[in-house]
Design a binder for this molecule. Structure first.
Ligand SMILES: NC(=O)c1ccc[n+]([C@@H]2O[C@H](COP(=O)([O-])OP(=O)(O)OC[C@H]3O[C@@H](n4cnc5c(N)ncnc54)[C@H](OP(=O)(O)O)[C@@H]3O)[C@@H](O)[C@H]2O)c1
Length: 226
């Protein structure tokens, strides 16, 4: 049976490229995103290997439960989880940021990664193997003017990754993070930053962390500047 990977936010950009490379490397890839276009994206990845698309919102506990039920029924456990789904709501100073926008960014970028990790880590620990990659950002290390919700969510994600790594030391799991700078995707549009990397550049390093990187990197986050 093929090893199984779940990539969140897989309909385009970094998540799509990561799914494509994992499928090429022999994984069955479960590609999750909210929009219906994830189904078409999964069909595209099928030309490289094995994949399926699932419409799921990582910020909704019921959607994550459904994903977990599917994995338990068809595959027992994940070999790889890539917490990649993310959004940005830039353009407002803190005093002008609505609670709704603040909460939405935290709910998707941080709580979504928490919910997915919480759902799948138990089975990985039981099998004493599995890798989790958190796609955080270089914004996990700096302040982002008029984009505080994004920076806060990505700093939080780094804290989540490092805490999960401490909880899983010596369990056979490998938990890492990646902190890309500006990547040429939909998310970068309107940011004012020039792209320094392609989504494929970043996806190659995510796949490396998810498959071949030294287990001693457990708890580490790799910065990528392009
Ligand atoms: N682009 C950059 O410069 C950059 C730099 C550093 C880090 N990152 C991080 O890399 C990750 C991928 O970003 P990207 O640049 O590839 O962005 P993107 O092209 O905008 O893709 C984002 C993906 O996340 C999905 N998504 C959004 N909200 C979701 C939700 N609630 N549940 C499930 N899926 C959701 C989107 O599909 P739907 O909208 O259909 O759900 C889409 O598939 C993000 O975590 C981002 O913060 C990006």
């Amino acid at each position: 049976m093929k090893p199984v990977a779940l990539v969140t936010g897989a309909s385009r950009g970094i998540g799509f490229e990561t799914s494509r490379i994992l499928a090429q490397q022999g994984f069955h890839v479960i590609m999750a995103a909210r929009g219906v276009d994830v189904l078409e994206a999964a069909r595209e990845v099928q030309s490289s290997g094995s994949s399926q698309g699932i419409q799921a919102d990582v910020s909704k506990p019921e959607d994550i439960s459904q994903l977990r039920d599917l994995v338990e029924k068809d595959f027992e456990a994940l070999d790889v989880l890539v917490n990649n789904a993310g959004i940005v709501r830039r353009g407002s100073a803190v005093e002008d940021t609505t609670i709704a926008d603040w909460k939405q960014v935290l709910d998707v970028n941080l709580t979504g990664a928490f919910l997915a990790t919480r759902a799948f880590i138990g089975a990985m620990k039981q099998r004493r193997r599995g890798r989790i990659v958190f796609v955080a950002s270089i914004s996990s290390t700096i302040g982002c003017p008029e984009n505080a919700s994004y920076a806060a969510s990505k700093w939080g994600m780094l804290g989540l990754m490092k805490s999960v790594a401490e909880e899983t030391r010596n369990t056979g799991l490998v938990v890492t993070g990646i902190l890309p700078g500006s990547v040429d995707t939909e998310m970068l549009k309107g940011s004012g930053f020039a792209a320094a990397m392609s989504p494929t550049d970043v996806a190659h390093e995510i796949v490396h962390l998810a498959t071949a990187a030294a287990p001693a990197l457990h708890g580490s986050a790799i910065e990528m500047f392009g």
